[in-house]
Design a protein around this ligand. Structure first.
Ligand code: C2E
Ligand code: MG
Ligand code: MG
Ligand code: MG
Length: 288
């Protein structure tokens, strides 16, 4: 930006950029209140086991129910929270909320379901993270094998020693570990060798055109076979059509997640979907 331009010194900002910056600043301020005022909501998106055609797990995806702006998606506040450091407290809330949900389901038909939570690199930096997870599991008497942690590839290339240690500790607790968005980052095979990984989630960008683009199919097939040979299970992200689902079944992919099965929804919406509505499972079994 040019100096000495007096009142014209904003000339290099378009109005849109300013609006965006103002919105970011306001949101960050509101974020501080959000935890106190209990404005976060845990949405859950089911993951379908392609062998049994049953839902065995769900991914926890956070939403912010802002008093004036309504429901805000994570993309609009997670990066902000990572910058300001508020992500640590948000992550702690997510861990507690997931365990609370598992406890609420313990004595019903969903007693065996798993919940996967997302953790960013910044959250893994926190020395107290593993102890916090341990405390949540104990408080709600949750079997650690019912909790999964999804991590994106950045955590395998930054702060490696520390992160490996954190993941070893989680693994020793019995918590399962998943690599999220696999294929779009560095996709180093060394992660699968050096870290105690249980699951690999193939990024949506490989699934979207899997039935039309041979390259996407070849990559998905190869990654799935490799993972299986290493004892790692595979989840396909972003499954939106019956054709994709059938194709993934053919590749022996283990789980599918996406709008076809269900959008992320609140727990009370998921419950009847999984329990009282056999049509939900039937519809998928019939057509694949
Ligand atoms: P992710 O972990 O890769 O989650 C998958 C995203 O894809 C979710 O977006 C989900 O709603 C969306 N999705 C699922 N199925 C489909 C589909 O069939 N088609 C399309 N187009 N999209 C689909 P969402 O909920 O907006 O979350 C975005 C990202 O925000 C997540 O990506 C994750 O990285 C992050 N995130 C969400 N919740 C948390 C959290 O509690 N903590 C942290 N650290 N990050 C979170
Ligand atoms: Mg995820
Ligand atoms: Mg993902
Ligand atoms: Mg993602």
């Amino acid at each position: 930006r040019a100096k000495g331009n007096g009142r014209n010194s904003y000339q290099f900002y378009t109005e849109g950029m300013l609006d965006q910056e103002v919105r970011r600043l306001e949101l960050d301020k509101d974020l501080a209140k959000a935890l106190e005022q209990d404005q976060f909501v845990l949405y859950l998106q089911p993951q379908l086991n392609l062998e049994t055609m049953e839902v065995a797990s769900a991914e926890a995806l956070i939403r912010w129910n802002h008093p004036e702006r309504g429901l805000i998606p994570p993309i609009e506040f997670i990066p902000l929270a990572e910058e300001s450091g508020r992500i640590t407290d948000i992550g702690r809330w997510v861990v507690m909320a997931a365990c609370r949900q598992l406890a609420a389901w313990r004595n019903g038909p969903l007693s065996q379901i798993k919940i996967a939570i997302n953790l960013s690199g910044r959250e893994l930096d926190n020395e107290d993270l593993v102890d916090h997870i341990q405390r949540a599991l104990t408080l709600y008497q949750v079997d650690p094998r019912q909790l999964e942690v999804e991590l994106t590839e950045e955590i395998f290339i930054q702060n490696i020693e520390h992160n490996r240690n954190q993941l070893m500790r989680l693994h020793e607790l019995g918590v399962h570990l998943a690599i999220d968005d696999f294929g779009v980052g560095y996709s180093s095979l060394a992660y699968l060798r050096d870290f105690p990984v249980d699951l690999l989630k193939i990024d949506r960008s490989f699934i979207t055109n899997i039935t039309e683009r041979p390259d996407d199919a070849i990559i998905t097939r190869a990654v799935t076979n490799l993972a299986h040979n290493l004892g790692v299970k595979v989840v396909a992200e972003g499954v939106e059509s019956e054709e994709q689902l059938a194709f993934l079944k053919g590749l022996k992919c283990d789980f599918a997640q996406g709008y076809l099965i269900s959008r992320p929804v609140e727990a009370r919406v998921l419950e009847p979907l999984l329990q009282d509505n056999p049509q939900f499972k039937l519809a998928l079994t019939e057509q694949s």
